[in-house]
Ligand binder design. Sequence first.
Ligand SMILES: [Ca+2]
Length: 130
Amino acid sequence: MAVAGALTLTPSAAQAAHQCQQGYVCIYQHWNLTGSVAVLPELSPASGHFTGQAADFRNYHYFNGTNLNDSASSVINLTGQVVWFYEHGNYNKYKSGRTHGVSPGSWSNFGEYEGLLQNDRASSANFTRP
Ligand SMILES: [Ca+2]
């Protein structure tokens, strides 16, 4: 009995937006800061492991285990500098590609603007204006 009720899943808790903390860049699997999140210490001054660059997103995963490369859809930047995302690894150094900058204290969806980095295409990020 009550089988139907037991099968009713409530996605709200699992899919609730991760609360990004001050001093961090938080990258989300889906638009509007939803889905699983990846927090890269190298891009987050508050982490204690800030280098200002992540050259290859294949080396990172969301909390749910999915690889970060070619899957990022939105980002919030709670650092004091513009963070730049690139279509290819090594900040498009070896291959021309699109970019998308996210201003301090703001958030953005990838792929909402023609000419900028598209959805599910980010492969590296840094704080150096391309
Ligand atoms: Ca995505």
